[in-house]
Design a protein around this ligand. Structure first.
Ligand SMILES: C[S@@+](CC[C@H](N)C(=O)[O-])C[C@H]1O[C@@H](n2cnc3c(N)ncnc32)[C@H](O)[C@@H]1O
Length: 272
């Protein structure tokens, strides 16, 4: 049974993403290595015309843009790419200053659990940092419906365990325990295998060591770069931020340098 996100959950998410849309690209880091890996995976789907790629929960479309750019630049693969998101604000902001054609994307508002596209319309469905917002079974069923035979689903996400090991999980008070929406690797694998149209699923850890600075991390937190911060009351958030600042000072070798771990999981499923 599909458990559509409730109106309250939607309204809360919509408020969050409308508020952060304007600063989202600036605040969030991009895992270029994984974008390159995804572009490489797309080469397995070569067809006569451009590859039809759908990104669900695309936000501004920053990952889709990177993948499409890399597929063209490094493999000569042209994509006809569509960014789909529940937040009109994220889509609108994404369209401003986005790279020009042939990398330009189309943008469509829509829900992961009710994808407004016809059957077999896409060669690949991708999803970055968003699956924890969706009803998992509803999304996977729709993804398999809009994929053509032998099409590919690629999901990039942090698992609950990986989230605990990030700088946020380790140093920002209660971050790991407040973020209850993320899935484990086993849950994701089992959910894909429940959809009869998917014939194989593989999981791979995307290791990501990032150079950052305490100042950038603090700016990210103050800018509410993760919707997890919505689970703190204002006073509680300020207290947590204060502790985070102190912990960062203790953890950084110098004032300006910090290497942090931000591992993710890449799930790849092929359709029959
Ligand atoms: C953390 S952001 C990730 C955005 C983008 N993929 C990225 O990595 O930059 C999650 C996105 O999922 C979208 N979203 C949340 N629930 C959704 C749903 N049920 N259907 C479609 N999009 C949804 C939000 O509006 C938001 O833009």
């Amino acid at each position: 049974m599909v458990r559509y996100p409730t109106d309250t959950q939607h309204a809360q998410l919509d408020r969050h993403f409308s508020a952060v849309a304007g600063r989202y690209r600036r605040l969030r880091d991009l895992d270029l290595r994984t974008a390159r890996h995804v572009a490489h995976l797309l080469t397995r789907l070569r067809r006569a015309g451009p590859l039809r790629v759908l990104d669900i929960g695309s936000g501004t479309g920053r990952y889709l843009e990177a993948v499409v750019q890399l597929a063209l630049a490094e493999h000569g693969v042209l994509c006809d790419a569509l960014a789909c998101d529940a937040s009109p604000a994220m889509l609108r902001i994404g369209a401003v200053g986005a790279p020009a054609r042939p990398v330009g994307l189309q943008r469509v508002a829509g829900l992961a659990e009710l994808l407004p596209f016809r059957k077999a319309a896409f060669d690949a469905v991708v999803c970055f940092n968003a699956i924890h917002h969706f009803d998992l079974d509803g999304f996977l069923r729709h993804a398999s419906r809009v994929l053509r035979g032998a099409g590919m689903l690629i999901v990039y996400t942090r698992t609950r365990e990986q989230n605990q090991r990030t700088v946020w999980g380790e140093l920002f008070p209660h971050f790991g325990e407040r973020e209850t929406r993320l899935y484990s690797a086993e849950e994701l694998q089992a959910a894909v295998m429940r959809v009869p149209q998917f014939r194989s699923v593989s999981l791979r850890v995307a290791r990501w060591r990032m150079e950052t600075t305490p100042a950038r991390l603090l700016r990210q937190a103050m800018g509410r770069c993760y919707s997890t911060f919505d689970f703190y009351e204002p006073a509680e958030f300020n207290a947590a931020l204060h502790t985070f600042r102190w912990r960062l000072l203790m953890a950084s070798r110098t004032d300006s340098q910090l290497t942090v771990q931000n591992d993710h999981l890449v799930v790849v499923a092929r359709r029959y």
